[in-house]
Design a protein around this ligand. Structure first.
Ligand code: ADP
Ligand code: MG
Length: 262
């Protein structure tokens, strides 16, 4: 079966406050793939995630984003969410006065889907159980008083309930101890098993999550550009060698340019 491209990013340049962060990113992702985007801190990973979701603070100066064949470069984030794109934040915010149960019910309604309250409650319970979250958190305000690990599991819980077509997980593994990391990875793998067409973009600085959620492809972002791509072995190489080898190659490239220019 020929796989369909779900996300096509072409020569994307983007800036914030006049500073160029993305300097020509091109990536194609097929429906149902699990891909990892890795890279040193400050390379532009969260910027890329925010831009795919449509964060209005970033200015796209060149290039385009197509999702399921449609140009979504200019459409607002809520429409992208309705089309099935989901972003789990690196730094989840507290939302006083809004419970997890209410937020998700509104999110489901805004997609135009009708769901009976009894079915909804059943789904919430099942997902909470899968992610080993105490049910009491459902009636608490979003992220208020949650530990770092609970915030990350809550993000994955929201994803499990909403079942998006494409989920972007921005450093979901950071701040998790190994037990919590395994719970999150199990959650992702279980969801993927029940919905094989679901696409995952896993953004991570470290390789350890990728031991449990094995990606089909790995892309390495460095200084706003994709510098390498490959299979899961690329993540392994990073684990062994660190990011310095990419940066060394980058500086070699620069030196070559200087030499050529002489
Ligand atoms: P990563 O997620 O790979 O660590 P980010 O996308 O968060 O990288 O950041 C990339 C670069 O963009 C960094 O140099 C960061 O300081 C800068 N940046 C990100 N957001 C802003 C902002 N709101 N204002 C100014 N600079 C920003
Ligand atoms: Mg980041």
């Amino acid at each position: 079966m020929k796989s369909e491209v779900i996300l096509e990013i072409k020569d994307l340049h983007a800036s914030i406050e006049g500073k160029e962060i993305l300097k020509g990113v091109s990536i194609n992702i097929n429906e149902g793939e699990k891909i990892a985007i890795m890279g040193p801190n400050g390379s532009g990973k969260s910027t890329l995630a925010s831009i795919i979701m449509g964060h209005p603070a970033y200015k796209i100066t060149k290039g385009s984003i197509h999702y399921k064949g449609e140009n979504i470069t200019e459409i607002p984030p809520e429409e992208r969410a309705r089309k099935g794109i989901f972003l789990s934040f690196q730094y989840p915010q507290e939302i006083p006065g809004v419970t997890t149960t209410n937020l998700l019910r509104q999110a489901i309604k805004s997609k135009g889907a009708e769901i009976k309250i009894t079915d909804y409650k059943k789904i919430l319970k099942e997902c909470a159980k899968m992610l080993k979250l105490d049910e009491s958190f459902l009636s608490r305000n979003i992220n208020e008083g949650f530990s770092g690990g609970e915030k990350k599991r809550s993000e994955i819980f929201q994803m499990a309930v909403l079942k998006p077509s494409m989920a972007i997980l921005d450093e979901t593994d950071s701040g998790l101890d190994i037990d919590a990391l395994k719970i999150v990875a199990d959650g992702v793998n279980t969801l993927k098993k029940s919905m094989p067409s679901m696409t995952f973009i896993i953004i991570t600085h470290y390789q350890r999550l990728l031991n449990y959620v094995v990606p089909d492809k790995v892309f390495i972002l460095e200084n706003g550009k994709i510098k390498h791509s490959g299979g899961p072995e690329l993540a392994q190489k990073l684990e062994e060698k660190g990011y310095s080898w990419i940066q060394e190659e980058f500086y070699d490239e620069k030196n070559e340019e200087i030499i050529e220019g002489c």
